[in-house]
Design a protein around this ligand. Structure first.
Ligand code: NAP
Length: 305
């Protein structure tokens, strides 16, 4: 069995690619490692996806996208891709369990959350250190939490956490936030959120679970203890590209594509957050996915001629 398209990754870009490919009657397989939805599953409310005036939860949008690909008979399997092999005519996608042959590949494997790499961080994961507010916020009802980061994720999740926690303190290494203005305005409206600027976490401390962190002021280099019940880390993303050949990656390990999602390997396309690009949003991921599918279709048709 040779697929027309194998899509790697079931986030919004991969699901959109599989939807467009299967709707174009291409024999489509989507391989997802965990659950369809990707980073979107960690988002309580998406309020910037066009058409959803009241917003939609990341989970609900993922369920709808998954239904759309099934309606068009795309196959969905849960497995981890460990490498790909490409020659001019056929490509192989190798997973932990099997090898799949395909005419084209769309890589939509997204990103992983970045860690602070400070002492105590790994030790207390699940015991005070979290990377997902939607998953863990209810455990911090009426407690004090820290949020590390100053980008869209940190600020969006701080606002979400403020509905549960007694007090949320955002720790940001610069003197101004990077997050878009509309998110910053929401922080101002939340009376239980404060921002500690020019600060980084140096160490996470505790016994069975965390009870304090060491904070360093990056301007004065002074250290101080800050007591807390939990710490949520949102300091950016790293592309999930370890299983891919270096030839298609940039120096930051993101996949380089042209505007039609072609990579440097013929017949291999990439879409979504894993791609080198400026704007990482669900709507741009969906747009990338549709373009990657159409490019894969054009590529397959050109091979036949
Ligand atoms: P990001 O935009 O890269 O922001 C990361 C933040 O963490 C920055 O403020 C950065 O500081 C800080 N940081 C990085 N490394 C650090 C370290 N070692 N210690 C302390 N702080 C550190 O990442 P993100 O917020 O996860 O967002 C990722 C992408 O998803 C972005 O493109 C974003 O726009 C998008 N996104 C959009 C939405 C939305 O539209 N609602 C929501 C979530 C995410 P500096 O500012 O000093 O670099």
């Amino acid at each position: 069995m040779i697929y027309d398209v194998v899509v790697i990754g079931g986030g919004p870009s991969g699901l959109s690619a599989a939807f467009y490919a299967s709707r174009a009657r291409l024999k489509t397989l989507l391989i997802e490692k965990n659950a369809c939805g990707g980073q979107m599953l960690m988002t309580d409310m998406i309020d910037n996806y066009p058409g959803f005036c009241e917003g939609i939860s990341g989970f609900d949008l993922a369920v709808r996208l998954e239904k759309q690909i099934k309606d068009f008979s795309a196959e969905l399997i849960y497995d981890e891709v460990i490498s790909i092999e490409c020659n001019y005519f056929f490509k192989k996608v190798i997973t932990r369990k099997l090898t799949y042959e395909t005419k084209s590949i769309i890589v939509a494997a997204g990103t992983l959350v970045k860690k602070m790499n400070v002492p105590g961080e790994l030790k207390f994961i699940g015991r005070g250190v979290s990377f997902c507010a939607v998953c863990d916020a209810p455990f911090y009802r009426d407690k004090d939490v820290l949020v590390v980061g100053g980008g869209d994720s940190a600020i969006q999740e701080a606002v979400y956490l403020s509905k549960f926690a007694r007090k949320v303190t955002v720790i940001h290494r610069r003197s101004s936030l990077r997050a878009i203005k509309v998110l910053q305005e929401r922080v101002v409206l939340c009376k239980n959120i404060s921002v500690l600027y020019n600060s980084v976490v140096k160490e996470v401390l505790g016994e069975d679970s965390i009870d304090k962190v060491v904070i360093t002021n990056v301007k004065t280099h002074e250290d101080r203890y800050l007591g807390t019940d939990g710490i949520f880390v949102f300091i950016g993303l790293i592309p999930n590209t370890l299983f891919l050949p270096n030839v298609i990656l940039d120096e930051m390990k993101y996949i380089v594509t042209d505007e039609t999602m072609n990579t440097f390997i013929s017949g291999v396309f990439a879409c979504g957050d894993i791609r080198k690009k400026r704007l990482r949003q669900i709507v741009t991921a969906a747009s990338d996915g549709s373009q990657a599918a159409v490019s894969a279709q054009n590529y397959i048709e050109a091979q036949v001629k």
